[in-house]
Design a binder for this molecule. Structure first.
Ligand code: ADP
Ligand code: MG
Ligand code: ZN
Length: 619
């Protein structure tokens, strides 16, 4: 590859150009056209003879002043005057049937003539046909020449990143150890395709990266190319699906032929499911264009040899909807699962992104990572970025821990809303509600520790009490779930204790509690109904498959399920009420404190209220 060019064109996106096949030809064509128009205009102004009115001509005829005439196409008369030999011309304005008789009568010599069509007139008549011919010729060429000559819409819009661009390697991907290990082979192969093959190893052509959005699939693909030091082509599945029929397929062809020229290389097809859905299925009947694109992709994948040094990586979060043909051996037969990062990995990813920022010493990356359950790599990168923005807003040169806290809250709940609209009465009410949630964290054995509690309204929430899980929990146990439900009811119960009535602020809490209880009953067998799964599978729409909804239990069972859920919820409410009643003093002081400071961390609460979490006291 040309070094010079690489340096100058960084993110070398193939430039779209309106080529028109051959520029010289187009120029010639336009010159010809202009010339033609000009010529016709000049030609039309009949110089040399004076143009007279038809009535004038009739008058001359009456007066016997005309020597001879020539009638062209029965509509134009060119005549010569007897006396002066002057020539004149006139147009016959209507079909004058008496003209010939009159000319004979006056003894004028007359002849008829047909104006020969000039070359240019012929051309003008042919013009539409020429255009049609040219157009079909271009279309034909587009199909013939892989669509990389004629119109731009046949070009792949693949972004090509060359090796001189800031290189991304596996070092830039934190966590994802298993995914990286699986991609190591590919890197080896890309470094030296031939020697790799001599060993007799089978090289996969296509590797499917499967994972949720933001888990770092794109990053991994780029890192694979970067690690091997080869070119990287990026195209998104949705780029193939355009409004013009046949474009997708020609884009695929173009992409592969471009890639061949710069092998070894990595082709990365993002959102493979956009083109690769099961054929002949889905909404609105078949989608011919998509199917053509998919077929072309299959053809191309089958068409290249392992020794060519091309690896196709593709990403999707819906491997289940992919056309089975894509997953056959020799195509995307190897799958690499890119999982949500666990707590340790979140910490590593966050460290990587925080490492790029100037931070103060108080930043506890581990704690922030813990407080972001379920966050993807993209969320964490976003968190670091938001924190930096908060620091900038403070006009600070360094990012502090509170910036991260602020960023986290923003990501989870939105920007803080002005609390000025709230009266003190409202605020104390919210403080009591949140204190109810918060306090339960200390008196439940199986609950997660509290992270912090706040009454600063954000987004939809008027306040919040956050838990801080100590580890990611893949396997939840019944006592833990029950304690979670109890914490959900903390706010509701506090409102009851103080006001004897509750508010709409409990909506989300009740929903969450009910959802946990419902799943305990119908999915996890944690109720008096025993270890039975009543789950009703609700496959989301847009699967490109049949939509399946079925309930495999009777109405009678449904009632039993409802009852079991109620039993769990009632139990949790009474347990939580018991605790908060017993700790009313602490609830009072926590509400007061929260009202004043608006946000309290776990540590502050433990210190100021002198509470020891029962979870720790017991062990
Ligand atoms: P996907 O393609 O799976 O949707 P991306 O690769 O586009 O996700 O990830 C988006 C961003 O998130 C990346 O650019 C990177 O900054 C960050 N990111 C994701 N996963 C990781 C990771 N494992 N290590 C470091 N950064 C990551
Ligand atoms: Mg992506
Ligand atoms: Zn609440």
């Amino acid at each position: 590859m040309d070094k010079e060019e690489n340096q100058s064109e960084k993110k070398n996106k193939e430039k779209p150009r309106f080529d028109f096949g051959n520029n010289r030809f187009a120029l010639l064509f336009i010159v010809l056209l202009v010339g033609m128009i000009f010529f016709v205009m000049v030609n039309n102004s009949n110089s040399g003879s004076s143009r007279i009115a038809y009535s004038q001509f009739l008058a001359y005829l009456e007066e016997n002043r005309i020597a001879s005439v020539e009638i062209t196409d029965q509509r134009e008369i060119n005549g010569v005057l007897k006396s002066t030999q002057e020539s004149f011309t006139t147009i016959i304005p209507y079909l004058d049937s008496t003209l010939v008789a009159r000319l004979e009568e006056k003894g004028v010599r007359f002849t008829g003539a047909v104006k020969p069509l000039s070359f240019f007139q012929i051309l003008i008549n042919l013009l539409p046909w020429i255009f049609i011919l040219l157009f079909s010729w271009f279309m034909f060429r587009q199909v013939q020449n892989n669509g990389n000559r004629a119109f731009t819409f046949g070009r792949s819009s693949a972004k090509k990143y060359t090796d001189t661009e800031k290189k991304i390697t596996f070092k830039d991907v934190a966590g994802s150890v298993e995914a990286k290990r699986e991609l190591e082979d590919i890197v080896e192969y890309l470094r030296e395709p031939e020697s790799f093959m001599q060993i007799g190893a089978r090289v996969p052509k296509g590797i499917l990266l499967v994972g949720m959005p933001g888990t770092g699939k794109t990053l991994l693909a780029r890192a694979t190319a970067g690690e091997a030091g080869v070119s990287y082509f990026h195209i998104s599945g949705s780029d193939f699906v355009e409004m013009f029929v046949g474009v997708g397929a020609s884009r695929v062809r173009d992409l592969f032929s471009t890639a061949r020229r710069s092998s070894p290389c990595v082709i990365f097809i993002d959102e493979l499911d956009a083109v690769g859905r099961t054929r002949g299925a889905g909404y609105g009947g078949g989608h011919d264009e998509r199917e053509q694109t998919l077929n072309q992709m299959l053809v191309e994948m089958d068409g290249f040899e392992p020794k060519e040094g091309i690896i196709i990586l593709a990403a999707t979060n819906r491997p289940d909807v992919l056309d089975p043909a894509l997953l056959r051996p020799g195509r995307f037969d190897r799958h690499v699962q890119v999982d949500l990062p666990d707590m340790k990995e979140r910490e590593e990813i966050l460290k990587l992104h925080v490492g790029k920022l100037p931070t103060t010493d108080d930043v506890e990356v581990e704690k922030i990572a813990r407080a972001m359950p379920g966050a993807t790599g993209a969320d964490l990168a976003n968190l670091a970025n938001e924190a930096a923005l908060f620091a900038t807003r403070r006009k600070s040169q360094t990012v502090s821990h509170s910036d991260f806290e602020e960023a986290r809250d923003k990501i989870f709940m939105g920007m803080p809303r002005s609390s000025r609209l709230l009266t003190d009465e409202d605020k104390i009410k919210i403080a009591r509600h949140e204190a109810g949630h918060a306090l339960l964290h200390y008196f439940l054995k199986h609950a997660d520790p509290l992270h912090k509690v706040t009454i600063i309204p954000r987004g939809q929430a008027l306040g919040a009490a956050f838990s801080l899980p100590e580890r990611d929990q893949y396997n939840l146990e019944e006592p833990y779930l029950l304690d979670r439900i109890k914490i959900c009811y903390g706010g509701y119960i506090a409102e009851q204790l103080y006001y004897d009535k509750t508010s709409t602020g409990v909506k989300a809490d009740l929903k969450q509690a009910t959802e946990i209880a419902r799943r305990m009953v119908i999915e996890w067998g944690m109720s008096e109904l025993g270890p039975v799964a009543f789950a009703q599978e609700n496959e989301p729409i847009f699967l490109g498959k049949e939509i399946a909804t079925h309930k495999d239990y009777s109405e009678e069972t449904a009632q039993k399920i409802d009852k079991a859920i109620r039993t769990i919820l009632d139990y949790c409410v009474s347990e939580a009420k018991e605790i908060l009643r017993g700790k009313k003093n602490l609830l009072d002081s926590l509400s007061e404190l929260l009202f004043k400071s608006e946000t309290l961390s776990d540590r502050e609460i433990q210190e100021k209220l002198e509470i020891v979490p029962i979870r720790l006291a017991d062990n």
